[in-house]
Ligand binder design. Structure first.
Ligand code: G3H
Length: 196
């Protein structure tokens, strides 16, 4: 592909409460990010260039992409872009998890890449379910993806040639557009941070 644009969803109500998983709406700040996204993206494209917008099937990514889709007009929701499934821990805070499932909490810290939530997924599982997405990305041009931190870590690691075992620890900031341009000698990375 020529370039791939990546963004996390805007801040959600669950982010504010420190809860993981779920299907929460955007917070007011997340909504402000959604509104600022078209002009932020404008800074990274050629005049008149349009992007196809991919989201997960969860409300927070669809809401984040809303204004961008109004402008660019093409949107595709993918189940394969949904957040890492935290199984029985869905809707809990990390403090809740540590109190309720102390052994799991430690096991995850010891081997975050392979740790699979009870009834949920590991990062290794996510890398496998992202394979069709990566294949589509290799085929298509000018895709902007609005998805979740764990998913973006794996996509980013793939294009930046970082070993996947390191992806669970990478920081993908909120309210930032990342543009990756693969080249023969490595991937060029540019970032635009929203002023909100
Ligand atoms: O909000 C949850 C993140 O996307 C994944 O967090 O560092 O626990 O895998 P994690």
């Amino acid at each position: 592909p020529r370039s791939i644009w990546l963004s996390r969803h805007g801040e959600s109500m669950y982010n504010l409460e420190g809860k993981i998983g779920g299907d929460a709406d955007l917070s007011p700040r997340g909504e402000a990010y959604a509104r600022s996204l078209p002009s932020l993206v404008d800074q990274s494209i050629e005049p008149g260039q349009t992007l196809t917008v991919w989201t997960s099937t969860l409300r927070r990514t669809i809401q984040t992409a809303r204004y961008l889709v109004d402008k660019h007009g093409r949107q595709l929701p993918w189940k394969a872009l949904d957040e890492l499934d935290s199984g029985v821990c869905d809707g809990l805070t990390y403090e809740d998890i540590e109190a309720k499932y102390p052994e799991d909490f430690k096991a995850r810290d010891d081997d975050k890449y392979n740790y699979r939530y009870r009834g949920g997924e590991s990062y290794r599982d996510v890398v496998v379910r992202l394979e069709p997405i990566i294949m589509e990305l290799e085929r298509n041009e000018d895709i902007l993806i609005v998805t979740h931190q764990a998913i973006l870590r794996c996509i980013y690691a793939y294009f930046m040639n970082v070993p996947q075992e390191r992806s669970p620890w990478m920081e993908v900031p909120l309210h930032t557009v990342i543009k990756l341009t693969p080249r023969a000698y490595g991937t060029i990375e540019e970032r635009w941070k929203a002023d909100i």
